[in-house]
Design a protein around this ligand. Structure first.
Ligand SMILES: NC(=O)c1ccc[n+]([C@@H]2O[C@H](COP(=O)([O-])OP(=O)(O)OC[C@H]3O[C@@H](n4cnc5c(N)ncnc54)[C@H](OP(=O)(O)O)[C@@H]3O)[C@@H](O)[C@H]2O)c1
Length: 324
């Protein structure tokens, strides 16, 4: 089968198309013919051994994914496709089923075929969605859910989402709105209409206004794009408020410290998404409350261009890769 592989950490050009062995499903696995996948920030950070995130994260990244070279040669952490074969004990899926899901840090989706365990984060694709849309559901939604769940959003709670136009941000706006919170979304001018259409109650254009200086306070500030700091926005949190981080070793340390700054906490996502989460998001899609935002689409052969675009850190929502 064709797959995009890499044998050393480095820039997008280390990626190349190669013919590799097709995986064989185990007894509890399904073999999926991938119709669409994405390039996301997890792919990019892993391919580069998290070099830009500082020495500590870069070291952890190599310990997890391979010290000298990547142990898994194929990236791609989310997908949609068609079940091609099933293992002997699989009950939920049959050959021909249309599915979507996330392999997460197991990767492997930048290929014509990938195997996933039946009880992993895989579900039947909502009928209303194309493969391209379904491939772009999991990364943003799972990351946003693992950040938002611990802060128990609900009616009367206020949240500011910074970086509301990215993959995690667009998911965060829709999920926070679903949980009943009053949502203020921060993005640049070109994305204001989009984030309003996703359900934001108020929008702030960060090129025109610095929200930390307008005197407003929030129960939760969600830095969905890793561009803020707790220090910078602490005074915009209500007493007892939470700053949700998606990135940064410093934030991880702040989240681990046993005391809080004036009752205000830094939180770092600690839970992994499960099968329940994909079924939860699927139900939201079917109920019309969630849809993934797609920026650009590239064929698999142009994965390097797709990757370079993702690394501009300017994509709106998700970048999809299609397989013919
Ligand atoms: N995606 C993952 O798998 C993953 C996993 C774990 C952690 N993370 C981390 O989570 C963060 C977000 O990931 P993502 O994939 O959602 O990001 P993303 O989609 O690449 O975010 C792109 C968006 O960020 C906005 N942006 C860029 N610079 C900004 C700034 N200075 N202030 C405010 N917004 C800015 C841009 O919108 P505007 O044009 O409107 O500014 C753009 O729409 C990153 O720090 C990433 O490392 C990602």
């Amino acid at each position: 089968m064709r797959a995009v592989v890499y044998d050393r950490y480095g820039p997008p050009d280390v990626l190349r198309l190669e013919d590799v062995e097709r995986p064989v499903p185990g007894p509890d696995e399904v073999l999926i013919r991938v119709r669409a996948t994405t390039v996301n920030r997890l792919d990019c950070a892993t391919r580069d051994a998290n070099r830009r995130s500082g020495h500590a994260i870069a070291l952890i990244s190599r310990l997890v994914f391979g010290i000298r070279r990547p142990r898994r040669r194929i990236l791609g952490s989310e997908l949609a496709g068609v079940v091609e074969a099933v293992g002997t004990s699989v009950r939920e899926f049959t050959v021909g089923d249309e599915v979507f899901g996330a392999t997460g840090m197991g990767f492997g989706a930048h290929a014509e075929f990938v195997c996933m365990r039946e009880n992993a984060r895989i579900a039947h694709k909502p009928d209303s969605m194309s493969f391209e849309e379904a491939a772009a559901v999991c990364d943003g939604a799972f990351n946003a859910l693992s950040c938002l769940r611990p802060v128990h959003l609900g009616k009367g709670r206020t949240i500011l989402i910074y970086g509301a136009s990215g993959s995690i941000g667009t998911a965060g706006v829709q999920l926070a709105r679903y949980f009943g919170a009053d949502v203020t979304a921060v993005c640049s001018t070109k994305n204001l209409e989009l984030v309003k259409s996703l359900g934001a109650d108020a929008v702030i254009d960060y090129t025109q206004e610095d929200f930390t200086e307008n005197g407003q306070t929030y129960d939760v500030i969600f830095d969905a794009v890793g561009k803020l700091s707790f220090r910078r926005c602490r005074s915009s949190l209500k007493p007892g408020g939470s700053y949700l981080a998606t990135d940064g070793f410093r934030n991880l340390l702040l989240a681990l410290r046993p005391w809080s700054a004036g009752g205000k906490k830094v939180r770092f996502p600690s839970s992994m998404a499960t099968k329940k989460d994909i079924l939860f998001v699927k139900a939201l899609i079917e109920g019309g409350t969630y849809h993934p935002v797609i920026d650009r689409r590239y064929p698999l052969e142009q994965v390097v261009d797709a990757t370079k675009y993702v690394e501009t850190e300017q994509k709106t929502g998700n970048v999809v890769v299609t397989l013919s």
